[in-house]
Design a protein around this ligand. Structure first.
Ligand code: NDP
Ligand code: 2IT
Length: 448
C-alpha cells in the first residue's frame, strides 16, 4: 500500500478501533484512490484524504419513547453529517438494532461518493437509531419517530441536511417523521425529507428508484459484453424496498427471478416469482409485515433458514439486504454456477474477498455506490420538484433515473479505463465520485 494511503488508513483505525465496518469501507475507497492521488499530488499536499475520511459533524442523542405498556424506553439516535462540499448532506435514516456510530460512518462515507456520482448537488450523510421497528405497533413506531424528530428537526433543512429512508425506514416511518417535523416547526420546510408519500410532496418512482436503478446499471454492464437482460435468471436477497423493485424491473425486462430472502431465511421458486407472486410478497412485507417463509407455504416451494440464495444457479445476483451478506464461499458458489453479473442493491453487501473473487473470475461487478445510486438520485429529483412547487409524471422521473444510471455507468467505466483498470467498476466509481468532491474541497479552502 502507498505510504500516504497507509498513513490515512492507520490514523482512522487508531482513532476509532472498534469501527470495523467503517474501516472496511474506508480501506476499499482509499486503496482504489491510489492512482488518483499519485497522478494529482495536490490532494496529498492539501490533506484531502485526511479531511474526507472524518465527518464534518456527528450528532448523537437520546430518544426516549413510550411503548404499548406505557413504559418509557430509550434508544440512541444519530445523524452523521459527513461531507457537504458539493451540496447539503443527503442520505437515509436506518432503524435497526445493529445501528451504531461505526455502521453509520460507513454508510455516510459511501454516500459522499455515491451522491457525487449522481451528478446532482448533494453532500453525504447518514443517520438512524438502534430502534427495531420489527414487531412494534404503528403507535409505538409513531411515538418513536416523534421523539427522534424532536431532536433531529433542529439539524436538518433543505439547504442543510435532507434525510430519507433506509433499512427499517419506509413510507410509514417517513410519514410519521414528516408529521412530527410539521407539528414541531409549524411549516412544511419545502424539502426537509425525501421518500415522502405522494399526497404530501413525494415523487413518483422514489419507492421504485433503488431497485429499478440497480437493474438499469446491470443492464448497462451486460451491454459492454453484448449481452441483454431478457432470458436471464436472477437471485435477489432481501425482500424489502430495494429487493421488491429490483424484482419488478427484472420482470419488466424479461428476467426470471428465482430466489428472495429476509433475515430469517430464503425461498427458491424454480418456476419464477411472477407479477402475482411479487404483488403477494409486497403485501406480505409492506402491509402484513410477515416473514418470507410464508411464501413457501403459499406457493409450495422450498424454504431454508440455513445458507443463502447464493447457492442457487443464476446469471445475475442482486444482493439487496444488508452489508457483508455475501462471503467468499458464497461468491465462489455463484462463480462456479456461472454468474455473469453482480449488482449491489444494498450498501457493501459483498465482503472484500467476495469482490476479489468476482473480479478475478471476470464477473461484471457493480459496487453499491454506483449500482444502488438510483434511490438517492430520485431523492435529488424529489428535492428539485419540491423547489419548483411542481411534480413530474412517472414517465418523466423514470426517464431521468434511467439517464442518471446510464451516466453513472459510463463515468465509472471510462474512469477505470483512464486509470488503466478497464472493467474495474469499484476503482472507476470510487475515483470518479472522489474527484468532484475533492475539487470542490480544494476550491473552497481548508474549511470544507
Ligand atoms: P428494508 O428495510 O426495506 O429491507 C431490508 C431487507 O433486508 C429485509 O428483507 C430484511 O429482512 C433484510 N435484512 C436486513 N438486515 C438483514 C440482516 N442483518 N441479514 C439478512 N437480511 C437482512 O430496507 P431497504 O430495502 O431500503 O435496504 C436494503 C439495502 O439497500 C440496505 O443495505 C440499504 O442501505 C440499501 N439501500 C437502500 C436504499 C433505499 O432507497 N431504500 C438506497 C440505496 C441503498 P428482515 O425484514 O427480516 O429484517
Ligand atoms: O443508501 C442510500 O442511498 C439511501 N438509503 C437513500 C438515501 C436518500 O437520501 O435517498
Amino acid at each position: 500500500m502507498d505510504k500516504y494511503i497507509e498513513h490515512v488508513y492507520n490514523a482512522l483505525v487508531e482513532k476509532d478501533p472498534e469501527q470495523k465496518v467503517f474501516h472496511q469501507a474506508a480501506l476499499e475507497v482509499l486503496e482504489s484512490l491510489e492512482p488518483a492521488t499519485k497522478k494529482y499530488p495536490k490532494y496529498q499536499e492539501k490533506s484531502i484524504l485526511e479531511r474526507i475520511t472524518v465527518p464534518e459533524r456527528i450528532i448523537k442523542f437520546r430518544v426516549p419513547w413510550v411503548n404499548k405498556e406505557g413504559k418509557i424506553e430509550v434508544n440512541r439516535g444519530y445523524r452523521i453529517q459527513f461531507n457537504s462540499a458539493i451540496g447539503p448532506y443527503k442520505g437515509g435514516l436506518r432503524f435497526h438494532p445493529t445501528v451504531n456510530e461505526g455502521v453509520l460512518k460507513f454508510l455516510g462515507f459511501e454516500q459522499i461518493f455515491k451522491n457525487s456520482l449522481t451528478g446532482l448537488p448533494m453532500g453525504g450523510g447518514k443517520g438512524g437509531s438502534d430502534f427495531d421497528p420489527k414487531g412494534k405497533t404503528d403507535e409505538e413506531v409513531r411515538n418513536f419517530c416523534y421523539s427522534f424528530m424532536s431532536e433531529l428537526y433542529r439539524h436538518i433543512g433543505q439547504f442543510t441536511d435532507v434525510p430519507a429512508g433506509d433499512i427499517g425506514v419506509g413510507g410509514r416511518e417517513i410519514g410519521y417523521l414528516y408529521g412530527a417535523y410539521r407539528n414541531i416547526t409549524n411549516h412544511h420546510g419545502t424539502c426537509v425529507l425525501t421518500g415522502k408519500g405522494l399526497p404530501y410532496g413525494g415523487s413518483l418512482i422514489r419507492p421504485e428508484a433503488t431497485g429499478y436503478g440497480c437493474v438499469y446499471f446491470v443492464q448497462e454492464m451486460l451491454k459492454t459484453k453484448n449481452e441483454e437482460m431478457k432470458g436471464k435468471v436472477a437471485c435477489i436477497s432481501g425482500s424489502g424496498n430495494v429487493a421488491q423493485f429490483a424484482a419488478e424491473k427484472c420482470l419488466d425486462l424479461g428476467v426470471k427471478v428465482v430466489a428472495m430472502s429476509d433475515s430469517s431465511g430464503w425461498i427458491h421458486d424454480p418456476d419464477g416469482i411472477d407479477r402475482d407472486k411479487l404483488a403477494w410478497i409486497m403485501e406480505l412485507k409492506n402491509v402484513r409485515r410477515g416473514r418470507i417463509r410464508e411464501y413457501a407455504d403459499e406457493y409450495d416451494v422450498e424454504y431454508s433458514s440455513k445458507g443463502s440464495p447464493w447457492s442457487v444457479k443464476c446469471d445475475i445476483a442482486l444482493p439487496s439486504a444488508t452489508q457483508n451478506e455475501v462471503d467468499a464461499k458464497e461468491a465462489q458458489a455463484l462463480v462456479d454456477n456461472g454468474v455473469m453479473a453482480v449488482g449491489e442493491g444494498a450498501n457493501m453487501p459483498c465482503v472484500p474477498q467476495a469482490v476479489e473473487i468476482f473480479q478475478k473470475a471476470g464477473v461484471l461487478f457493480g459496487p453499491g455506490k454506483a449500482a444502488n445510486a438510483g434511490g438517492v438520485s430520485v431523492s435529488g429529483l424529489e428535492m428539485a420538484q419540491n423547489s419548483q412547487r411542481f411534480f413530474w409524471t412517472r414517465e418523466e422521473v423514470d426517464k431521468r433515473l434511467h439517464g442518471i444510471m446510464v451516466n453513472i455507468h459510463e463515468n465509472a467505466y471510462k474512469t477505470a479505463e483512464v486509470f488503466g483498470k478497464k472493467g474495474d467498476y469499484v476503482l472507476g466509481a470510487n475515483i470518479a465520485g472522489f474527484l468532484k468532491v475533492a475539487e470542490a474541497m480544494l476550491a473552497m479552502g481548508f474549511y470544507a
